[in-house]
Design a protein around this ligand. Structure first.
Ligand SMILES: CC(C)(COP(=O)(O)OP(=O)(O)OC[C@H]1O[C@@H](n2cnc3c(N)ncnc32)[C@H](O)[C@@H]1OP(=O)(O)O)[C@@H](O)C(=O)NCCC(=O)NCCS
Length: 157
């Protein structure tokens, strides 16, 4: 598979992003086209789409407020996983967050989500807190923080 290319997209991409989201999350956690479109259009929010040879592979939504950034969601198509797309999306999100002035990136991850936790761990994320019974299935969320350097690269890990 060709290396993923990551680019910014606007709210017009919401139907595609909602499809990608639905492939990666259980029904209770899925976000509608409307919800994604509204989020992408909010000030400080942005969407990044990963493609290979023009085919969509996954996306990430982020937001920046002052010096703090947050990953709102990250999803890679099941058939396209383990080839570096999630890492490429995260690196692009970190770079875009730093470009917008953020110094720290926060994210929430289900405690049992080994794939995402390993990805974030390798990027230098550290556990900053826990939200009990955060997800519809009752599982806890870990709050992770990741320091950003002005170039967008993680300073740790
Ligand atoms: C988490 C997710 C985005 C990872 O996407 P991906 O494109 O497969 O990730 P990458 O190929 O870039 O993997 C980067 C690194 O993360 C880790 N990783 C990814 N998937 C893993 C898995 N299933 N098990 C263990 N480690 C994993 C590995 O260290 C991997 O590097 P390696 O392949 O060189 O060993 C993807 O599994 C996904 O969409 N999951 C469902 C939605 C989700 O959980 N989103 C995150 C919500 S917080």
């Amino acid at each position: 598979m060709a290396a993923p290319v990551v680019a910014s997209v606007l709210e017009a991409a919401a139907p595609l992003l909602a499809e990608l989201h639905a492939e990666s999350f259980p029904p209770a956690d899925r976000w509608s086209v409307q919800a994604i479109g509204l989020l992408v259009a909010l000030p400080g929010h942005f969407a990044l789409l990963a493609t290979a040879a023009g085919e969509p592979l996954g996306f990430a939504l982020g937001r920046v407020a002052a010096e703090e950034a947050e990953v709102l969601t990250l999803a890679v198509r099941p058939a396209a996983r383990r080839v570096g797309t999630g890492r490429a999306l995260m690196r692009a999100l970190m770079a875009e967050s730093a470009r917008r002035g953020a110094r720290t990136l926060f994210l929430e991850v289900a405690e049992g989500n080994l794939a995402a936790r390993t990805l974030y761990d390798r990027l230098g994320a550290a556990v900053a807190g826990r939200r009990r019974r955060y997800y519809p299935n009752g599982s806890d969320a870990l709050v992770l923080s990741l320091p950003l350097s002005p170039s967008g690269a993680a300073t740790g890990g």
